[in-house]
Write a protein that binds this ligand. Structure first.
Ligand SMILES: NC(=O)c1ccc[n+]([C@@H]2O[C@H](COP(=O)([O-])OP(=O)(O)OC[C@H]3O[C@@H](n4cnc5c(N)ncnc54)[C@H](OP(=O)(O)O)[C@@H]3O)[C@@H](O)[C@H]2O)c1
Length: 309
């Protein structure tokens, strides 16, 4: 069996050594531009070049080294019948839950205010948190959204969730489809986006949607930059309906120095670090699935290319 690794990493052996440990009988190849076809059976990829699929015509499956497959679906020559398997959690959902909880807690417990008081040596106690004033709404209830919603529900924030289909999650009021989007938004003050990027979800978070959130709204975007209409967020912040936003993902990454986000009051920017791909957990999950496929078994996490996630 041949496994090809096609992801930009200056030290690909950090991956290939782990793959070799998990699949000792496999030949592991690092893909390089201009390389002759290798006849690989499986590819492990992150934002690969189209040339990979031009050359490798015998692939049985392609494994994406992340949860979001938008980078892969942009390719014009991805063979339509080739199974694409996305990463399922693999240590990402707990990181995302931490990231979101940190920002929700920070906002609802006035941590900025206490930090600024400290700078003035000021001992001043403000009124305690009222969780009812901080209802959280999570867009997407998949591997990541569900964990985020459960974590915040565990901290006793009122939590709503929205997905394409109906869900039943303890402590979370779940809404489904376009028909229930408005009810979801009207119940939400802190909007957390964990959706995949698809034709249906691109540009979803616009001025109109932000305007339906409760006053003093907060946005936490950990999905994809293209879910958000940048200028609409800037306008909603300037008008005061949205009071703060935490953005981890952007239309262009790295976020260009001249982008107005850098200078917009109320914005917190992080460089796409809310949930990192963990090499050990990732390789273990993917290699387990390769072994299952080789044994003729079905695997979970196969992307529905028509649906886009
Ligand atoms: N910032 C980062 O570091 C980072 C890291 C990892 C992932 N991500 C992002 O997080 C995304 C989600 O990952 P995941 O593993 O949770 O994906 P997932 O398990 O596939 O879950 C996707 C969720 O989105 C819902 N959804 C999809 N299209 C929808 C639509 N049109 N309307 C309403 N709901 C819709 C799905 O609804 P159903 O349940 O009804 O199918 C599902 O609940 C990734 O695609 C990626 O963009 C970001």
């Amino acid at each position: 069996m041949k496994v090809i690794f096609a992801a930009y990493d200056p030290q690909p052996q950090r991956w290939t050594n782990l793959i070799a440990e998990q699949l000792p009988d496999a030949e592991i190849i690092v893909w390089e531009p201009g390389m002759a076809p290798t006849g690989a059976d499986y590819a492990l990829v992150w934002q690969p070049a189209e040339a990979l699929f031009e050359a490798e015509r015998q692939l049985k499956a392609v494994f994406n080294l992340g949860a979001g497959i938008d980078g892969l679906l942009r390719l014009r020559n991805l063979p339509p019948a080739l199974p694409v398997v996305r990463l399922e959690d693999a240590g990402m959902s707990v990181q995302m839950a931490e990231y979101v909880a940190y920002h929700v807690i920070g906002a609802s417990r006035d941590m900025d205010l206490y930090r600024s008081q400290q700078a003035d040596s000021q001992w001043k106690i403000h009124r305690p948190i009222k969780r009812s004033e901080w209802p959280v709404g999570v867009l997407g209830l998949g591997h990541i959204g569900k964990r985020v919603a459960q974590t915040l529900a565990g901290l006793e924030y009122p939590v709503h969730g929205w997905a394409r289909t109906a869900h039943d999650i303890e402590g979370v009021r779940c809404h489904a489809g376009q028909a229930e989007l408005d009810t979801f938004l009207q119940s939400t003050r802190v909007l957390v986006n964990t959706l995949p990027l698809t034709d249906e979800t691109r540009d979803l978070i616009d001025y109109r949607l932000l305007g339906r959130l409760r006053p003093g709204a907060m946005l936490i975007n950990v999905g994809r930059g293209e879910h958000l209409v940048d200028e609409d967020l800037i306008r909603a912040l300037a008008e005061g309906h949205v009071t703060r936003a935490v953005l981890d993902v952007f239309r262009q990454e790295p976020l260009p120095g001249e982008h107005p986000f850098w200078r917009t009051p109320g914005l917190t920017i992080t460089p796409h670090i809310s949930a990192r791909t963990l090499r050990d957990a990732t390789v273990e999950q993917i290699c387990g699935k390769i072994r299952a496929l080789e044994a003729g078994q079905q695997v979970s996490g196969v992307v529905d290319l028509g649906r886009g996630y």
